[in-house]
Design a binder for this molecule. Structure first.
Ligand code: ADP
Ligand code: MG
Length: 448
C-alpha cells in the first residue's frame, strides 16, 4: 500500500506537470504533509501568501489530481511551522534541491533570539519588555501578553525569551509551547486517565511560554484547568508569557475570568514594521542565507508591499531565491508583481471602501478631479481614467454595474463594457497592469 507521503509526492509531481515549473516552484516548493485521512489531504505552506496563491490559482487542478491519484475528496491548506518541510521541494529536480548541510545552516540561522530581532518604533516596546522578562523572569511584567496580527514577531520574541533564560539560568524549568500542543497534552493525559501527569508537568514550570492562546477559544475544560494552573504559577511568582493573534477581548468563547487574568499585568502589541525596519529584516535574511542576486527593485517592491506580514515578506524573498536557484534565471519585478496581484490587495482589501475614497485616489493618481471623472466629458484621457475607475470600483467595492453606471451617468451595459475593456487591456499592457496594482495598493493602504 502506498504511504501517505508517496501519495502526496505523486500529487505534487502531477501538479507540477499540470501548472508548469515556475508556478509550481513558487507556490509549492516548501510544503509539508500534515495528514491524509478519510479522503482528506491537509498540507502546510510556510506563509499566508502561498496559501492564497494556491487557493486562488491551483486549487481546482490540485483537487482534480488528488482525486485521480487517491480518491481524495477534500484538500486543506494551512500555514504551518514547516518542521517537516522539504526546502524547495521539487520532485522532478532532485538534483537542485538544497543539500542537507545547507538546510541545517538555514535552520541554525533562523533560531529565534534577541540578537536577530530587528528593532524599530513598531516593536521597540515589545522588544524591551521581552528583554526585561528574560533578564528577570517572574519579576518584571508578570504575566505578559503580546498580541498582533499574524507574522509580526510574537513567536520570535516568545522563543527569544525562552532561549535567553535557558542559556543564562540553565536550572530553570522552561515550558515553551503552542497552545495547540498544550491542549493535546491535556487531552492525552485525560484520555490516559492521568490528569495528574499534566498538572504536575505544567505546575512545575518556572517559566511558562504559551503561544497563540486564541486557541483556548471554545475549549471550556482546558480553560477551567488552565485557570487553576495560572493561579498556582502566579502565586509562586513563576513567569508566564502569552501571545495572541488579536486583542484578548476579541477571542470568542473565552471565560471572562481567564481573559482578565491574561491581561492582568503587561499587555503589548506589535505593529507592522516601518519600511526601514522591514528592510533591515530582509538585509539580515539576505546576509544569513548568503543571497546576493535578487534585484534591488524586487527587494524594494517586496518590502514596500508585503511588510504588513513579516513572515510573508521573508517567505517571498526565500521563494525568489529558491526559484532563481532551481530555474537558473532571475526573477524580475513583473513576475513578483503578478504574484502580488494574486495575493493582495484583494486578499487584504476590506470591502467597505467608499466610492469617493476610491475615486479620489484614482483621480489623484492620474491628476484628474473627481467631478471630471463623474462628468460626461469625453476627452480621451478622462474617458480612459473613467474606465479604469469603473474597473477598480468593481474590484474594490461591492457595487453592482448598475450602481457603478449611475455614478457615471451611464447604463450598466456601458459600465460592464468599460470593466471588461480594462480587464483585457491590462493583460497585454504591462504599464496599465502596474498602474492598476499601484492604485490598488494605495486604496488598500488608505484603510490601514
Ligand atoms: P507571529 O508569531 O507574530 O505570527 P513570528 O514570530 O512567527 O510571527 O514572525 C514571523 C517571521 O518574521 C519569523 O521568521 C520571525 O523571525 C520574523 N520576524 C518578525 N519580526 C522580526 C524582527 N523584528 N526582526 C527579525 N525577524 C523578525
Ligand atoms: Mg506565532
Amino acid at each position: 500500500m502506498e504511504t501517505a507521503k508517496q501519495i502526496f509526492k505523486t500529487i505534487l509531481t502531477q501538479t507540477e506537470e499540470a501548472i508548469g515549473s515556475t508556478a509550481y516552484v513558487f507556490a509549492f516548493s516548501s510544503v509539508e504533509l500534515i495528514s491524509l485521512e478519510d479522503g482528506v489531504l491537509v498540507f502546510g505552506v510556510p506563509a499566508e501568501m502561498f496559501k492564497s496563491s494556491i487557493e486562488k490559482k491551483h486549487k481546482t487542478t490540485l483537487e482534480k489530481i488528488a482525486y485521480q491519484v487517491a480518491k481524495i475528496t477534500a484538500v486543506q491548506i494551512i500555514v504551518s511551522d514547516q518542521k517537516n518541510a522539504t526546502e524547495f521541494f521539487s520532485p522532478q529536480k532532485t538534483k537542485s534541491r538544497v543539500t542537507k548541510e545547507e538546510t541545517k545552516e538555514i535552520k541554525k540561522t533562523v533560531a529565534f533570539s534577541f540578537d536577530n530581532f530587528v528593532v524599530g518604533p513598531s516593536n521597540r516596546f515589545a522588544y524591551s519588555v521581552a528583554r526585561a522578562i528574560a533578564h528577570n523572569p517572574g519579576q518584571a511584567h508578570n504575566p505578559c501578553l503580546f498580541y498582533s496580527d499574524v507574522g509580526l514577531g510574537k513567536t520570535h520574541l516568545l522563543h527569544a525569551i525562552g532561549n535567553h533564560i535557558s542559556i543564562n539560568n540553565p536550572t530553570q524549568n522552561i515550558l515553551c509551547m503552542s497552545s495547540e500542543t498544550f491542549l493535546n497534552d491535556f487531552v492525552q493525559a485525560i484520555e490516559e486517565h492521568k490528569p495528574r501527569r499534566f498538572k504536575n508537568k505544567v505546575r512545575k514550570a518556572d517559566v511558562l511560554l504559551l503561544d497563540d492562546i486564541q486557541f483556548f477559544s471554545g475549549k471550556p475544560a482546558l480553560q477551567e484547568e488552565f485557570f487553576h494552573t495560572f493561579n498556582v504559577l502566579l502565586e509562586n511568582q513563576k513567569q508566564m508569557v502569552f501571545t495572541c493573534d488579536r486583542p484578548i477581548f476579541k477571542v470568542p468563547d473565552l471565560e471572562e475570568r481567564l481573559q482578565s487574568r491574561f491581561r492582568s499585568n503587561m499587555v503589548v502589541d506589535l505593529q507592522p514594521p516601518e519600511p526601514e525596519v522591514a528592510r533591515g529584516i530582509i538585509n539580515k535574511i539576505l546576509k544569513e542565507k548568503k543571497i546576493t542576486n535578487i534585484d534591488e527593485e524586487v527587494i524594494g517592491f517586496v518590502v514596500d508591499r508585503m511588510r504588513s506580514n513579516i513572515r510573508d515578506m521573508i517567505g517571498v524573498i526565500d521563494r525568489i531565491n529558491g526559484i532563481q536557484q532551481i530555474m537558473k534565471k532571475k526573477v524580475d519585478l513583473s513576475l513578483v508583481r503578478q504574484w502580488y496581484a494574486d495575493y493582495s490587495p484583494q486578499t487584504h482589501m476590506k470591502q467597505q471602501n467608499t466610492t469617493d475614497e476610491v475615486l479620489s485616489i484614482i483621480g489623484g493618481f492620474y491628476g484628474i478631479s473627481v467631478s471630471d471623472l463623474k462628468s460626461k466629458k469625453r476627452q480621451r484621457h478622462i474617458t480612459r481614467v473613467r474606465q479604469i475607475a469603473i474597473f477598480l470600483l468593481r474590484e474594490s467595492t461591492k457595487l453592482s454595474f448598475t450602481e457603478i453606471g449611475k455614478i457615471f451617468s451611464m447604463s450598466h451595459v456601458a459600465a460592464s463594457r468599460s470593466f471588461v475593456k480594462v480587464e483585457t487591456d491590462k493583460e497585454i499592457d504591462t504599464s496599465l497592469f502596474e498602474e492598476i496594482e499601484d492604485i490598488k495598493f494605495k486604496i488598500y493602504k488608505k484603510q490601514g
